[in-house]
Design a protein around this ligand. Structure first.
Ligand code: PGA
Length: 251
């Protein structure tokens, strides 16, 4: 089975309501539907209005950046998968390194977020990746393996088929320092091998594994050219329609 090529934008905590509408509209104005699937992951305040802009456009889907692990209840300030689904969200980023670091999200918590998202038919974009100290100690492959085993590999095969993985080395996020295409390929191949061991080659071959970390129009082509890299999760460069669309067109 041919894997989906995906470019997902992660706006993080950027753009007011009006700015967000303008950005989404200018992405759509420049977007020419080809093979690539585009996902726009916005802050919660934009979801409904951007869903209204996107809903007629094929190959462009809406994503959120987080969800809560419980279905509903007294969790002030939080948002549930059912709420996200009700405004047209299809994907949700789970386990971004910023949430792991600044909001103390553990592997166990992320496993329950993954379960809750899947229970509401949202597709998790599950992030993994090591920091610089781990990379320099040479234990990055084992580290990422533990992240996947702790938060994803409890899933059944049919549930796992809904997962998109994003490998994001923390030392490359927002730093301007990208992993080399070879470093990305090496980790992506490792991740695919782990999926194969757990779920078999059909599932491994059909799982999209995205690269994230200072991906830009100038380096996307080379990174996406690697056989196990199926696209990107784009932070900074997703905030400019022109750069984002150039990355979308980098396959
Ligand atoms: P960056 O962020 O592209 O700004 O490095 C990527 C991410 O954090 O998803």
């Amino acid at each position: 089975m041919k894997r989906r090529q995906i470019v997902a934008g992660n706006w993080k905590m950027n753009k007011t309501y009006e700015e967000g509408r303008e950005l989404a509209q200018s992405i759509l104005n420049k977007f020419v539907p080809e093979e690539t699937h585009v996902i726009i992951c916005t802050p919660y305040i934009h979801l409904k209005s951007i869903h209204n802009l996107l809903k007629e456009v094929s190959r462009v889907a809406l994503g959120a950046q987080n969800c809560h692990q419980e279905k509903s209840g007294a969790f002030t300030g939080e948002t549930s998968p059912a709420m996200l689904k009700s405004v047209g969200v299809k994907y949700v980023i789970i386990g971004h390194s910023e949430r792991r670091a600044y909001f103390s999200e553990s592997d166990e918590l992320l496993a329950s977020k993954v379960d809750n998202a899947l229970a509401h038919e949202l597709r998790p974009i599950f992030c993994c990746g090591e920091d610089l100290a781990i990379r320099e100690s040479g234990t990055h492959a084992q580290f990422v393996e533990n992240q996947l085993k702790s938060s994803l590999f409890h899933l059944s095969e049919s549930a796992f088929k809904n997962i998109v993985i994003a490998y994001e080395p923390i030392w490359a996020i927002g730093t301007g320092k990208t992993a080399s295409p070879e470093q990305a390929q090496e980790m992506h191949a490792h991740i695919r091998q782990l999926i194969k061991q757990k779920y078999g080659s059909e599932v491994a071959e059909s799982t999209s594994i995205l690269y994230g970390g200072s991906c830009k129009p100038t380096n996307a082509k080379e990174i996406f050219g690697k056989p196990d890299v199926d696209g990107g999760l784009i932070g900074g460069a997703s905030l400019k329609a022109e750069d984002f669309i150039q990355i979308v067109n980098s396959f």
